[in-house]
Design a binder for this molecule. Structure first.
Ligand code: PEP
Length: 250
């Protein structure tokens, strides 16, 4: 585990308002997190969050990026625009986008490649549905999602960002993978990366996401291959997000 500092990222999804965000920022600034953190607000609030977190160590991320370069793509946002707005990270392949926006493994891999080419650090989300887990296909599904990216990008580029294992059945449901269930998949992800590049695999942060809360964070984060978390619902409450960061720092 040496060489991997814990990382905790907030995925606000489509939540927030300028007023809510300002309250969150005040609480966050008053009690800085003791581990590496990233905040991923909706696009339209990036500037507010960049300004609000200026002078803190927190990183800023977007929740999506276009797989294309700038041009006639109405409603899309290019990787360079995110950098220009102050983001240095971006979430790619979140299961909500895979399911609701039809993002295939290949589209996700193209987004990953585009983000890296522009200089962003991607957080690649992978994870199985409940049906896939019940069919015993968890590791196969996660490997396919990972391999789609590895076909386009060397494993070292995953090390520059992060991988987030997010079982779809645990996202926003209150159901969390047990630390053992999560550790098993995290170890499989690391070993898949190691088959291409052992040095990159050893330093790649693999985050867990899926109903992480202050009450379960520490047990999850104490597993050898869990290097922090991608936090949805609980990240909207600054005190809960900070408590999860504190659990990562222990
Ligand atoms: C997520 O959507 O990335 C997530 C982990 O959500 P939640 O924490 O709400 O399950």
């Amino acid at each position: 585990m040496a060489g991997r500092n814990k990382l905790v990222a907030a995925n606000w999804k489509m939540n927030g308002s300028r007023a809510d965000n300002e309250r969150w920022l005040q609480a966050f600034r008053a009690a800085p997190a003791h581990c590496e953190t990233i905040v991923c607000p909706p696009y339209v609030y990036l500037q507010q969050i960049v300004q609000g977190l200026a002078g803190t160590a927190a990183g800023i991320g977007a929740q999506n990026v276009s797989e294309r370069t700038a041009g006639a793509w109405t409603g899309q946002v290019a990787a360079e625009m995110l950098l220009d707005s102050g983001a240095s990270w971006v979430i790619v392949g979140h299961s909500e986008r895979r399911a609701a926006c039809g993002e295939s493994d290949d589209v996700v891999a193209a987004k990953f490649e585009r983000a890296v080419a522009a200089g962003l650090r991607p957080i690649l989300c992978v994870g199985e549905t409940l049906a896939q887990r019940e069919q015993g296909r968890t590791q196969q599904v996660v490997a396919m999602q990972l391999d789609a990216v590895l076909r386009r990008c060397p494993a070292a580029q995953l090390a520059a960002g992060a991988v987030a294992y997010e079982p779809v059945w645990a996202i926003g449901t209150g159901r969390t993978a047990t630390p053992q269930q999560a550790q098993e998949v995290h170890a499989a992800i690391r070993s898949r990366l190691a088959s291409q590049d052992p040095a990159a695999a050893a330093v790649t942060r693999v985050l867990y996401g899926g109903s992480v809360k202050p009450a379960n964070a520490q047990e999850l984060f104490s597993q050898p291959d869990i290097d922090g978390g991608l936090i949805g619902g609980a990240s909207l409450v600054a005190a809960d997000f900070l408590a999860i960061c504190a659990a990562a720092a222990r």
